[in-house]
Design a protein around this ligand. Structure first.
Ligand code: NAD
Length: 290
């Protein structure tokens, strides 16, 4: 029997993390508060892996085996039953994550690794509030998880050495290169990533250049594979806003969210996942807004 990983939250990140885990041989159970989202995630993985087969990046047999290792649970308790590792990818809200992990703690094996994909929240606070600080750790994947090589492992104040070693071993098994970062607001990646994105939005707001040209500045001038506005669309404007609000409170003024970002979130313009952000998105491809 292969080891089990439970993925909680089947949105942008949970879907990709589940694909990575199943691809590397883990029995992967997927739970989402919305059963439709969980089903849509499995369907999207089927489509994504079909494309990999067409491009000869995955064999038909491996794809079928991958899909066969995925299951949906409509109950958190069932999803985490017997799991060696839990990876939570629910919305960026501490209260929500604590409530979800309280259910996990009641049902998962007592030695399961409790990982959160949070982009900015404190693992020390999460671990302490659920009474399992020694085995709580940040497992910060990047978007899209099947493609991005980094796993940022975040060590809470009371995360044990054993938990850290297990997280590093997990990263290697999932084919990721890991870095270890102390639990600080926004860690290493989000702290640097969101400040660039926020500044790009402020520049768009004040008419410095068009969205496309601001992105080109970083793509062609600094060799970033994707400009900061396109990346904000990919991440989700709501996700970026939640991170900025948290970092503004915890770190300081430099993280104040640009008004344009808040307005776009209020208008439901969340980027790729809603079809419109700083670009128009159709079938996963961005085009310039007129
Ligand atoms: P998302 O909005 O795409 O998906 C969140 C999913 O969680 C939704 O499907 C929602 O139905 C589900 N959900 C809501 N409440 C839940 C609950 N109580 N239990 C289980 N599922 C629940 O969000 P996302 O972009 O996938 O982000 C998830 C986490 O990953 C956040 O903490 C975010 O900060 C982090 N993250 C996001 C990115 C990114 O690029 N989007 C990158 C790295 C980390």
């Amino acid at each position: 029997m292969s080891e089990k990983i439970a993925v909680l939250g089947a949105g942008t990140m949970g879907q990709g993390i589940a694909q990575v885990a199943a691809n590397k041989g883990y029995a992967t159970s997927v739970y989402d508060v919305s059963a439709d989202r969980a089903r849509a995630a499995i369907d999207a993985i089927a489509v994504a892996t079909d494309k990999l087969v067409q491009k000869s990046k995955l064999s038909e047999g491996d794809r079928n085996a991958l899909l066969g290792r995925l299951s949906i649970s409509d109950d958190v308790g069932k999803a985490v039953e017997g799991a060696r590792v839990v990876i939570e990818a629910a919305p960026e809200d501490m209260g929500l994550k604590v409530a979800l992990f309280e259910k996990v703690v009641a049902a998962a094996p007592k030695d399961a690794l409790l990982g959160s994909n949070t982009s900015s929240l404190s693992l020390t606070e999460l671990g302490t509030r659920i009474g399992e600080a020694h085995r709580t750790v940040g497992l910060h994947f990047f978007n899209p998880p099947p493609v991005m090589e980094l796993l940022e492992i975040v060590r809470g104040l009371a995360t044990s050495d054993e938990t850290l070693t297990r997280a590093q071993e997990l990263a290697a098994k999932l084919g990721k290169t890991s870095i270890i970062v102390r639990d600080t607001p926004g860690f290493a990646t989000s702290r640097l990533g969101v400040i660039l994105g926020a500044e790009a939005i402020r520049m768009l707001e004040s008419g410095v250049a068009s969205a496309v040209d601001i992105d080109r500045a970083m793509e062609l001038g600094y060799r970033h594979p994707m400009g900061p506005l396109k990346l904000t669309d990919l991440v989700g404007l709501d996700v970026r806003l939640a991170i900025l609000d948290h970092l503004h409170e915890e770190v300081g003024e430099q993280f104040r969210a640009p008004p344009l970002l808040r307005t776009m979130v209020r208008a439901g313009k969340l980027g790729k996942k809603s079809g419109e952000g700083f670009y128009i998105w159709k079938d996963g491809v961005p085009s310039v807004k007129s």
